[in-house]
Design a protein. Structure first.
Length: 423
């Protein structure tokens, strides 16, 4: 339940916080002050529901809100966040449910009034690219916003194009095509290409189990059979694999793949040492931990201009997790596995329980690979600050994270590259 509250002398200054209202003249801001609704809502109140058609925009002044999409995605937005400088939702019908996590103060402004007082270019900038990715205006947005918006749009149309790095797709496909009937051997080779692995799971569940989700690659391969599995690997090689000529994208594909298979191997090794029932689950979670990054790189390949290393880095750092979540959700990957994969993208994720879970194992594997590769793109905080490492007792300099596992990871990657004929 929202109630109106009187305006005060600070109202015009409040409006200047928001994009693009900060560029409006004092008279235009004053008109918005007079015509807008200045509201407050109690904790757990609903500000907007899914499918809401009221043609207005909400701007968060104070407090925290929860954004919930129809597919289950959630994000908390605080009034101090960069995302709060834009409307909480503007497309109609609304694709989000907006609820108050704390008492909140917000402004409701008619979209007709906003369009009248702002020019076309400024209006396009109002659309948030920090979370509501499908509401991005492609003509005026930056690389990150355009790419993530296109990914969302293609997911909705069921035409997402996720590319394998060609040298990997080639090596894996050669091995699979040499296995006419051995589905177990095929599944083993598929696990060396994260993109192909995810496509196997998607293909199996949508064609054979439309109401469920396939738990792993071995199950997917078994359900499809060797003939269909070989065909899918062949099509992935010739239709959806690329070997970019630009150095930035070539290195991006290589680095993403190397981290993927290395984290998978270390996660499986850790799970085995912990005596977990299914080390293969940890391997799969590790393999897919950066699938959001791989998807973004795939779309950068067909972007209308050459993308800089910094642009690509900024995009994957900001949107990698949410992109991965979208892909895993839309492709019906088992919820528990998908949630652990997404949780593992956060160094400081803490589920609060004493026993380590799958996300802890993948976080530890990520830390091992980051240290081993001296990768500064998304460095972990000091090891003692990472809850997963504390839980696994890997937060000290002399732990196996700094010795045996790092040596194992380096050796495994070299052996894998040799198997696939990658220099």
């Amino acid at each position: 339940m929202s109630t109106a509250e009187p305006t005060d002398p600070q109202s015009v200054e409040e409006l200047k916080r928001f994009t693009p209202l900060s560029d409006l003249s004092y008279d235009k801001l004053l008109e918005i002050v007079e015509k807008a609704q200045w509201l407050k809502a109690k904790k757990r109140s609903q500000l907007m529901d899914l499918g809401d058609t009221e043609d207005s925009s909400l701007f968060l002044l104070r407090g925290n809100v929860l954004m919930e999409a129809a597919d289950g995605r959630q994000r908390v937005i605080k009034h101090t966040d960069t995302a709060a400088r834009s409307p909480l939702s503007r497309l109609r019908p609304s694709r989000y449910r907006v609820s108050a996590l704390t008492p909140v103060h917000y402004i409701k402004i008619s979209n007709a009034l906003l369009d009248e007082l702002t020019d076309l270019e400024d209006s396009s900038e109002m659309i948030s690219s920090h979370y509501l990715v499908e509401e991005t205006s492609e003509g005026n947005a930056d690389f990150s916003s355009q790419v993530v918006a296109r990914i969302y749009e293609d997911l909705q149309k069921h035409v997402l194009r996720m590319l394998s790095w060609h040298p990997v797709a080639l090596g894996v496909s050669r091995q699979i095509l040499a296995q006419p009937k051995d589905v177990s051997a095929i599944a083993g080779w598929v696990l060396l290409d994260p993109v192909l692995a995810l496509k196997f799971m998607k293909s199996a569940q949508f064609q054979h189990r439309p109401s469920g989700s396939v738990p792993n690659v071995a199950s997917a391969t078994s359900q499809m059979g060797s003939q269909k599995a070989r065909k899918l690997a062949f099509m992935n090689l010739f239709r959806e694999s690329r070997d970019p000529r630009t150095l930035a994208l070539q290195e991006a594909f290589r680095n993403a793949w190397e981290r993927s298979v290395s984290v998978a191997a270390v996660a499986k090794r850790l799970a085995e040492e912990l005596g977990r029932k299914d080390p293969a689950e940890a391997e799969l979670a590790g393999l897919l931990h950066n699938i959001g990054e791989t998807t973004i790189i795939s779309y950068a390949y067909s972007y209308y201009r050459e993308v800089s290393v910094q642009e690509l880095h900024n995009c994957t750092l900001m949107f990698g997790k949410e992109t991965g979540r979208m892909v895993l959700s839309h492709w019906n990957i088992h919820h528990s596995l998908a949630q652990n994969i997404c949780d593992a993208t956060e160094w400081l994720h803490d589920h609060g329980r004493r026993e380590p879970d799958l996300s802890d194992i993948v976080i530890a594997a990520r830390a091992c690979i980051q240290i081993s590769r001296k990768d500064e793109s998304n460095p972990p905080p000091p090891l003692p600050q990472i809850p997963a490492l504390k839980r696994l007792r890997l937060d000290t300099p002399n732990s196996i994270l700094a010795t045996e596992l790092r040596a194992f990871a380096d050796s495994y990657l070299e052996e894998t590259k040799l198997k696939l004929g990658i220099e």
